[in-house]
Ligand binder design. Sequence first.
Ligand code: ZN
Length: 90
Amino acid sequence: MAMDKKPARPAGKPGGKFRKGGPMKKKVCRFCVDKIEIDYKNVSLLRAFVTESGKILSGNVTGTCAKHQRELCNAVKRARMLALLPFAAN
Ligand SMILES: [Zn+2]
């Protein structure tokens, strides 16, 4: 299959590090950087990754990598079962 290859990036365009209105805060996965183990009993940690209503924040928002986002999701679900965290209100 012949792909429509573009030879080079157009010059003069920034890499996208900066957005209108100021520099973007670089997001990194807290669990990778700080080597934090995700534990469903660590409610104070989990709370930082859910909204007030108990919804799990997406990795795009928190910067959590896919692997840890999965673990986080499981931990939150477990914490909900034990009534440590609220269920998301719909
Ligand atoms: Zn991670």
